[in-house]
Write a protein that binds this ligand. Structure first.
Ligand SMILES: Cc1cc2nc3c(=O)[nH]c(=O)nc-3n(C[C@H](O)[C@H](O)[C@H](O)COP(=O)(O)OP(=O)(O)OC[C@H]3O[C@@H](n4cnc5c(N)ncnc54)[C@H](O)[C@@H]3O)c2cc1C
Length: 412
């Protein structure tokens, strides 16, 4: 065997939020991993790399905790104590209050950059992980017994299984010929961070405007102004978004204020703006011979419910459990039986969430009068129904469904 060939249990392609967490979870579960990412990790934390913040459900927080990420980011998170959903300026709204669930918070807001910073620290220092970044795979061959990848520097990696975690554009998925179903919402998610005069009191707000949802999500503030920073996801029509993105700072702020309102006092934009085209997509299969797909490589959804990463972390927790159980039992971790277990466990749940987010997006991204009336009455009715409201709150916490061990707070 050449010096430059490495053999591991699992090759994870894409070491971002999902792939990086998966690599750590697999290593904790006793598997050896090669984690390849095409980006230079030293660029991951630049203010221009990824401006998003993610709403992390309680169950996802448990996964980040289990792999050591949470300890490194805890001081950079903000709890979500309340959620307020309103249809434009309608007086009818839905308010979820964490006190109605015995005081447990719904989840936490964390900037993607913080998670990346933790991955940057953990991945190169984990014994069972070979972290290769920046690096890219130039050839991937899968036969009955193994997957073999050739990297762009000529080195090779052999693994019993390759997992594609490269996000929505996944060469691993494409190399296996797995078809993708995809449609565009003709919307763009404009993302920025704002500082406001009054504290948000850890309440996440979502206003449904005719062009789509407008979310104000609580971030930790600064020592001088605690609770006075929020992440904005402003959904805009795809044809108007470039115009908004092209405005100078003052005009952009004025447009933002029209949508944000003045309930938190004066506003200031901090840092750059980002634009993400919004689409729905799902892979027609999550597995192939010696291959699995996870997170956005398998399914990408509208951010209306803040569930994309949460669903991806469910894939991660299930894969880590299924593969570590197989390894402990001495089974072939890349076998069809093991991969089918993963696909059976995750496919229905992800498909359901894709359908729900798709329906919500269509229902709430318009100004059709009868629809608006129906959804306003719907929001107000749920607000008055304690048991249905509690069920929705548990969904937001991610504690409903067939949870894998890492999401229940148990070890692998
Ligand atoms: C505006 C917006 C707001 C959102 N808010 C939320 C939220 O509040 N909560 C939530 O749960 N989800 C949210 N999401 C969804 C969430 O951001 C994604 O689901 C999540 O980033 C997916 O993680 P991932 O690791 O699969 O992909 P990515 O984050 O895209 O990471 C992919 C990684 O693979 C690497 N890569 C790419 N190609 C290659 C290659 N060829 N070879 C090697 N490496 C490669 C990249 O460098 C990157 O590191 C939001 C999405 C948007 C657009």
């Amino acid at each position: 065997m050449s010096k430059k060939t490495k053999t591991v249990d699992v090759l994870v392609v894409g070491g971002g939020l999902a792939g990086g967490t998966l690599s750590l979870a697999l290593a904790h579960g006793g598997l050896s991993v090669a984690c390849v990412d095409r980006e230079d990790p030293s660029l991951w934390t630049a203010p221009t790399f990824d401006g998003r913040a993610s709403a992390i459900a309680i169950s996802s927080k448990r996964v980040l905790d289990a792999v050591g990420i949470w300890d490194l980011i805890e001081n950079e998170t903000a709890p979500i104590k309340d959620i307020r959903v309103a249809d434009g300026r309608s007086p009818l709204f839905l308010h979820y209050d964490h006190n109605e669930l015995g005081g447990d918070v719904f989840g936490f807001m964390v900037e993607n950059r913080s998670i990346r910073k933790a991955l940057q620290t953990l991945l190169p220092n984990e014994n069972k992980i070979t972290h290769l970044a920046p690096a890219e795979i130039s050839e991937l061959v899968r036969d009955e017994n193994k997957a073999s990848a050739t990297l762009n520097d000529g080195s090779k990696i052999n693994a019993a299984l390759v997992i594609g975690c490269e996000g929505r554009v996944s060469p691993t998925r494409e190399s296996a010929g797995i078809k993708l179903t995809k449609w565009s919402y003709e919307q763009t998610g404009i993302v920025c961070t704002v500082e406001h005069e009054r504290p948000h009191n850890f309440c996440a707000q979502e206003h449904f405007l005719p062009s789509g949802p407008f979310a104000i999500l609580p971030l930790p503030g600064t020592d001088k102004k605690p609770g006075c920073r929020s992440s904005i996801v402003w959904t805009e029509r795809a044809d108007l978004a470039p115009i908004m993105m092209g405005l100078n700072d003052d005009d952009f702020l004025e447009e933002l204020k029209l949508r944000f309102g003045d309930f938190l006092g004066d506003l200031k934009i901090i840092g750059p703006r980002f634009a993400y085209p919004l689409t729905l997509q799902f892979a027609q299969s999550y597995t192939a011979n010696r291959l699995a797909l996870a997170a956005d490589a398998a399914h990408g959804m509208h951010p209306i419910a803040g569930q994309g990463l949460n669903m991806g972390l469910r894939d991660v927790a299930v894969l880590a459990e299924v593969l570590s159980d197989a390894k402990k039992a001495g089974a072939d971790i890349g076998s069809i039986e093991v991969l089918e277990k993963y696909e059976r466990w995750r496919r229905f749940d992800n498909t359901l969430m894709l359908a729900v987010t798709d329906a919500l997006t269509h229902l709430f991204s318009n100004d059709i009068k009868p629809l608006k009336l129906a959804r306003d009455i719907g929001l107000a009715t749920v607000n008055q129904m304690p048991s249905l409201k509690k069920l929705f709150m548990r969904h937001a916490m991610g504690t409903v469904g067939d949870l894998p061990k890492l999401m229940r707070g148990e070890n692998l």
